[in-house]
Design a binder for this molecule. Sequence first.
Ligand code: MLT
Length: 328
Amino acid sequence: MISRRILAAAMAAFALGLSSQALAQANYPTRPITVVVPFAAGGPTDALARILSAKMTEKLGQQIVVENIGGAGGTIGVAKVARANPDGYTLSFTHMGTLAVNIALYKSLPYDSVKDFEPIGLGGTNPMVLVTKKALPAKDFKEFQAYVKANESKVQYGMAGIGAASHLGGLMLNSMMKVNVLEIPYKGTGPALNDLVAGQFDYMVDQAVNVLAQIQSGNIKALGVSTKKRLSQLPDVPTIDEAGLPGYEVEIWNAFFAPKGTPKEIIAKLNAALVEAMADPVVSKRLEDLAVVLPSKAGSTPEALAATLKASIDKWVPAVKAAGVQPQ
Ligand code: MLT
């Protein structure tokens, strides 16, 4: 039989445990927070994570440290966050590809995109751009399409691994153009873009945030944008839809997630810091200049992100399957 003393001690420990947990949540954060970007440094996910994290650091009063864990289309970094302690000190800034699209592209993933994460909030939606190396002999989308079809066996496109945004953009493009082109995988489109500028491969479909500066400097060519409307940053570049592939439309959302089980109070603090960061005039202007579309107030909540993730899974898993891609 349990003695009264043991029972009292257990109850005290239980009460103490609860209050220290509540205290940890009330004081959060008391030390630096790691945000895992599941792609190489210098790419779009990394750039957006760093812009938002710098402002969130000010709001939270603790440093947010971005850690790049690239490889396997983002699945390695995201899996690390899924297994992390759900205490608010390890988060992920990732995108639609790693949590929705790659469900259709891998036979098995090292995480469950819905069950293993707590959504924090959207960090914006990004248009993509079809960019080619400068020397590619095509001045517009029609010539590009004809060139790729005529040179299918030697043309190469770059992407950031199976399930990356650039993979989705490229595979939908290639599928709609009915070509089978060699993929060159990178740990992120930061390093891929360097190689495109150097003319190491022929084309890539990447988020505008990563490629705008190189397009504007004339180091690569932009032949189409992935949205239904042209971008104000590239007014002379047609949409891929209008240029020759009706129905082509791909946009990539980026967002913060925490491991499942992270306390609601901590999620609410992180969401508030993110929303404030996006409302900051300097941050929002910088992001808008990079063609990032920021979420509305209603679209900024953790619940809205959960709904966005679900809608993306419902949209892209069947679409990728219909494109005939075999899961790996
Ligand atoms: C992607 O293609 O998923 C991204 O561009 C990856 C990255 O941020 O490098």
